[in-house]
Design a binder for this molecule. Sequence first.
Ligand SMILES: [Zn+2]
Length: 257
Amino acid sequence: MTYVIEQRIMSGLPNYSLTTVKYVIAHESGNAKNNGPNALENELAFMNRNKANAFTSHWVGDGGKIVQVAPVNKLQYGCGPKGNPLSYAQVELARTADKEQFKKDYAAYIWLLRKLAKDAGIPIVLDGSGNGIKSHRWITNNLGGTTHVDPYAYLASMGITEAQFKRDIQNGLNEEGLTVDQYNELKKEIKTLQGLIAEKANLQSESEVASSHKEAWEWAIKEGIIKGDGKSMNPTGALTRQQMATMLKRYHDKFNK
Ligand SMILES: [Zn+2]
């Protein structure tokens, strides 16, 4: 799954370089009152009005939509004066009260955080010891200059534990998934292969009759002692007592009556 990053870069942003590229920051809006169907658009409008004080590079919401509102690799005002100059990108997650929508938002959030870390050339690890993806909470606890502790509590309220969030950042979410077309193509290939394997099995069962038994084998089929269509008859398979009894009776009925 690949997402489109909608470009809605805000005008009149401050233009400062980073000191160095160390982090990509994971936020969530923290706005419990804005979790309805227009949550993302409300957040975008609010950020645009307040960009002189606070802004990030990206927003995620509205069922897996990604909007970029500020350039990456430039100073953003998202996680305080200690973290901001080290942060290549900062990603905000708009809230929703709808658990199904959350799943889509979360998948896009994970995808975007991983992509931005790759773009920045930093490890795809959440809240580890070195460079990497950092929660706003990690910046508060390790660098200071800010007091927010998002996004863990909101994720937990939607059933995503810290451990899960870390695993999902590390592994990604089904990024190698198949499209419906690829799936159907694969199904067709498997059917063809199954056909080829069955054909091969038939050829093998015929060629498996050893030359010293071939005359007897063909005689037994011709006389109806062994029955079958001549294919898949498994000449080297084990004979059960009941099959033996049937074959003896066929012999008796044919030749001793
Ligand atoms: Zn934050």
